[in-house]
Ligand binder design. Structure first.
Ligand SMILES: CCCCCCCCCCCCCC(=O)SCCNC(=O)CCNC(=O)[C@H](O)C(C)(C)COP(=O)(O)OP(=O)(O)OC[C@H]1O[C@@H](n2cnc3c(N)ncnc32)[C@H](O)[C@@H]1OP(=O)(O)O
Length: 449
């Protein structure tokens, strides 16, 4: 048997956008030349009280002019309502976002994906920050912020989510990332927002939580064809396909696609369910319409990106789940040019919801219910052409992973808060062994793209 070029672990590592450093590889705080100047906790900080790190400032104290750039470059507000700018962001990310050694896999971003990810309620053009080469107009760097309300252990924190930081491969390691980060900070501060949530595969000072990626092969044969899945010794391809076979039809009674009229019930259930976690994002009704019902990613009545399903029993919405799609383009493979990839997004169930989160009966009932619901999510994903379904060890995901054959990858996702000290939050893994911790589950409720 020839050695596979890639494994699902590689895929997950790519998705995590970086490598988890072992403790001996981890830099000292003093080596973080940029981050040591920023209002973020140190690795060794003993947090005594939760709260902002920097003294309160006022928007008028923040410079009104952008940070200076080298004279060949200029700042540009990307206009994501224009096809031209959408294409420029697409090209930059497509070519440069994924660190894939052989450049065979790329995120296949669509206009609908950007409309969903970057244009939620309250989005601002000036928070879609680009850097262009003056002479050619070519986009060479990007960073984005979208507004969110975070809640850390019931304390509401008006924040932004920072995402899609990307620098053209030719401009790497030139200290441009700190300039982009300082510029987006300035632009956000001018709107009287002083905290941010961001995630990265790499270790920076200092994560509030660390989750692990897990993956559930749906179409094992395709994953094998594109060298993502390898054939374990003593197994046949047919055995692997059978092992990961997903039923053709869903099994939960009352399961159906969510429609706009469900939004208030979904919202109420979402709020009750998320109250169990330490770090969450709260939604306004408009944000439910956007993030769960699809917002501007909706074409002909259905979102092309986010798929939300509800369970209705005797007129009552008892559960919902959602996942989003972000496929890979596969280059240079004779059999496949696309890989369907789904990511678990938000969900909630009223099963056991009135009991204490760790009550044994409630936990067992919820585990059974989530296993049924997520089993159906896999069925629907399969119908949508998804080859692999990814989930983190956040939320209550650990309750259904083993049963549904999600496998732990070697990619991790670190969650960071900017300008906020927080007690550590469990990411669903044992901090020492990094194994999935079913009993502790996770305090992370928020899902980042
Ligand atoms: C109140 C509002 C606040 C808003 C801001 C909140 C903070 C937001 C923070 C951003 C959240 C982003 C969330 C996402 O989008 S995570 C996704 C990041 N993107 C990618 O992985 C795509 C491929 N990679 C690239 O495009 C580049 O390698 C990037 C742009 C990542 C770095 O470019 P480059 O490789 O050319 O490096 P440099 O020489 O310019 O700069 C080196 C400095 O940058 C620090 N670095 C490297 N990678 C990251 C990273 N992922 N988050 C934060 N910092 C990072 C690094 O430790 C070093 O600082 P220090 O070690 O010396 O201290």
């Amino acid at each position: 048997m020839s050695e596979p070029k890639k494994s699902l672990e590689d895929l997950l590592r790519m998705l995590a956008m970086g490598h988890q450093l072992t403790e001996s590889q981890q830099k000292d705080m003093t080596d973080y030349k940029f981050w040591k100047t920023q209002p973020v906790p140190n690795f060794t900080d003993k947090i005594e009280t939760e709260g902002p790190i920097e003294r309160a400032k006022r928007p008028e104290d923040i410079p009104s002019q952008p940070f200076p750039l080298l004279s060949d470059f200029e700042w540009v507000d990307m206009d994501l309502t224009s096809q031209e700018d959408l294409t420029a962001v697409h090209e930059l990310l497509y070519e440069n976002y994924v660190e894939d050694q052989d450049a065979t896999f790329r995120f296949n971003y669509s206009t609908e994906f950007f409309n969903w990810a970057l244009k939620p309620p309250g989005w601002k053009k000036e928070w879609h920050v680009g850097v262009r080469v003056k002479a050619t107009g070519r986009l060479v760097a990007f960073i984005s912020a979208v507004p969110i309300t975070l809640e850390l252990r019931t304390r509401a924190i008006p924040s932004v989510e920072i995402n899609f930081l990307c620098i053209h491969k030719k401009l790497r390691t030139k200290r441009l990332a700190p300039v982009l980060i300082k510029e987006i900070t300035r632009r956000v501060n001018r709107h009287d927002i002083w905290q941010a949530l961001y995630t990265a595969g790499i270790v920076l000072p200092a994560p509030v939580a660390t989750c692990r990626y897990t993956h559930r092969p749906i179409n094992w044969a395709t994953l094998h064809d594109v060298k993502f899945s390898h054939l374990p010794p003593n197994k046949t391809k047919a055995q692997m396909v059978a092992h990961y076979a997903v039923p053709l039809t869903t099994s939960t009674v009352g399961l159906r696609r969510a429609v706009p009229a469900d939004a208030p019930a979904i919202h109420a259930l979402f709020d009750r369910y998320q109250a169990h976690f330490d770090l969450i994002q709260t939604f306004t009704r408009a944000e439910v319409d956007h993030w769960l019902m699809g917002g501007e990613s909706t074409v002909d009545g259905a979102s092309k990106v986010v798929h939300t399903y509800v369970v209705e029993t005797e007129g009552k919405i008892t559960d919902f789940f959602s996942f989003y799609l972000l496929p890979f383009t596969v280059l240079g493979n004779p059999q496949h040019d696309q890989l369907g990839v789904a990511y678990l997004f938000y969900y909630a169930s009223d099963t056991g919801l009135d009991a204490d989160r760790f009550d044994a009966h409630a936990t067992a009932a919820l585990a059974t219910r989530l296993t049924a619901l997520m089993g159906d999510a896999l069925v629907i994903a399969q119908q949508l052409g998804v080859d692999v379904f990814n989930a983190l060890t956040s939320q209550d995901n650990n309750l259904f992973m083993n049963e549904l054959k999600f496998g732990a990858g070697d990619g991790y996702l670190n969650f960071y808060l900017f300008n906020y000290k927080s007690f550590p939050i469990t990411g669903g893994i044992n901090p020492q062994t990094k194994e999935i911790d079913v009993a502790a589950r996770s305090g992370v409720g928020v899902v980042m793209l």
